[in-house]
Design a protein around this ligand. Structure first.
Ligand SMILES: [Zn+2]
Length: 223
């Protein structure tokens, strides 16, 4: 083969590789910004929560994520879930009210049709998983024990995107978070502060992990 032919062969091969790579890459996940209130009050309540539960000397509400925790909202519509997360101060929720005034939230909310929404920056701490809020990014799925295949698909694509952005090693459903109680990752300073959770269901987590494995993604579910 002369040099010119070799060059053409290399170009054709490169073209084929680029073509096959573009075939296997899905379009980037579309995420609609739907911000909740995150003003001075929420920042102050977040820092108070961190100082009380994790580190009395903390001065920052940002963190480096190493985990993703998946939830269901227990509300039936996107808007009702958003309405619950939007206020900066917690109201109702007698089960956790004594542990601080910061309202619950999560950076990502996935509608039943798989549409993805971002509510706040994912590196600011959200109150969604006792003991692990400065470890984990939360993904909330609209619904209850009836989450959809479209939500499995979007959760998987979002998790893959986040794992490319941050050193994410762990993926759990909220129902599994007790496994980390007392571990090196668990930051909670109040030993009795813990609630048993069913979300997002063992079956949803099984389907989500299968979907991620299809793309070659495997995360730890315990230390
Ligand atoms: Zn949850």
């Amino acid at each position: 083969m002369n040099a010119a032919r070799a060059a053409v062969a290399v170009l054709v091969l490169a073209g084929l590789l680029i073509f096959s790579a573009s075939q296997s890459q899905p379009a980037p996940l579309e995420i609609t910004q739907k911000p909740i209130m995150f003003g001075t009050l929420r920042r102050q309540l977040t820092l108070e929560y961190i100082q009380r539960h994790y580190d009395p000397h903390a001065t920052s509400i940002t963190f480096q994520p190493v985990m993703i925790v998946v939830h269901w909202t227990a509300s039936s519509s996107l808007q009702s879930a958003w309405n619950e997360f939007n206020p900066e101060r917690l109201t109702g929720r007698a089960d956790i009210a004594s542990a601080g005034q910061l309202n619950t939230s999560a950076p990502f909310l996935i509608d039943r049709n798989g549409a993805a929404y971002q509510l706040m920056p994912e590196t600011l701490m959200a109150r969604h998983a006792i003991g692990l809020n400065r470890r984990a990014i939360g993904i909330e799925n609209v619904g209850n024990d009836d989450l959809t295949g479209a939500q499995v698909e979007t959760d998987a694509r979002l998790i893959e995107m986040l794992a490319q952005r941050y050193p994410v090693q762990y993926l759990i459903g909220h129902l599994e978070y007790g496994r980390f109680r007392g571990s090196a990752l668990w930051e909670e300073r109040e030993a009795d502060y813990f609630t048993v959770k069913p979300d997002p269901g063992a079956d949803f987590m099984r389907r989500l992990r299968l979907r991620l494995a299809k793309d070659g993604w495997h995360f730890k579910a315990r230390l």
